[in-house]
Design a protein around this ligand. Structure first.
Ligand SMILES: Cc1cc2nc3c(=O)[nH]c(=O)nc-3n(C[C@H](O)[C@H](O)[C@H](O)COP(=O)(O)OP(=O)(O)OC[C@H]3O[C@@H](n4cnc5c(N)ncnc54)[C@H](O)[C@@H]3O)c2cc1C
Length: 121
């Protein structure tokens, strides 16, 4: 007979890229006993290949940057096929998430005066 173990969790997150890891951190920090499942090695996800930049309207170089512009660009770039609510949440949340990544030790390119370097348009 096949032997297997049973485990009990409040939350099971499938996928250990950036999205899954962030979801697991949130679930765990809210007190849920959390499991993370991925089909490959932990850390082997598309997320670790993304070195080109991360879109977030930080507005610390161009004061006209804001989440509405980011939202509009995202919808336009997606030929308006995007789920608009997800695109809105993404644009609104992105600056705080980038600052959070920075607090957690992510290394970003810098401007000469030490701010996160915005991507050129
Ligand atoms: C080469 C490259 C460069 C990129 N550069 C950029 C960039 O510069 N800027 C940018 O914003 N985006 C970039 N992207 C896109 C970005 O990496 C992805 O949009 C983002 O990482 C997706 O994150 P995710 O957590 O949703 O998925 P992933 O990081 O792909 O994680 C998916 C996870 O799910 C797991 N999984 C998949 N199927 C199963 C299954 N059936 N059962 C269990 N686990 C499963 C995988 O093992 C993995 O752990 C790039 C992508 C690539 C490939």
């Amino acid at each position: 007979m096949e032997k297997y173990e049973r485990h009990q969790f409040d939350v099971i997150v499938i996928g250990a890229g950036g999205a899954g890891l962030r979801a697991a951190i949130e679930a765990s920090s809210l007190g849920g006993k959390t499991a993370l499942v991925c089909k490959s090695l932990l850390g082997k996800a598309h997320t670790v290949m993304a070195e080109g930049g991360i879109a977030a309207a930080l507005a610390h170089v161009d004061p006209q940057d804001n989440w509405q512009t980011h939202f509009r660009d995202t919808m336009k770039g997606g030929q308006f096929l995007n789920n608009w609510r997800m695109a809105q949440l993404h644009a609104q949340e992105a600056p705080d998430r980038v600052r959070e990544l920075e607090r957690w030790g992510a290394v970003f390119d810098r401007t000469t005066d030490g701010r996160i370097l915005p991507a050129s348009r």
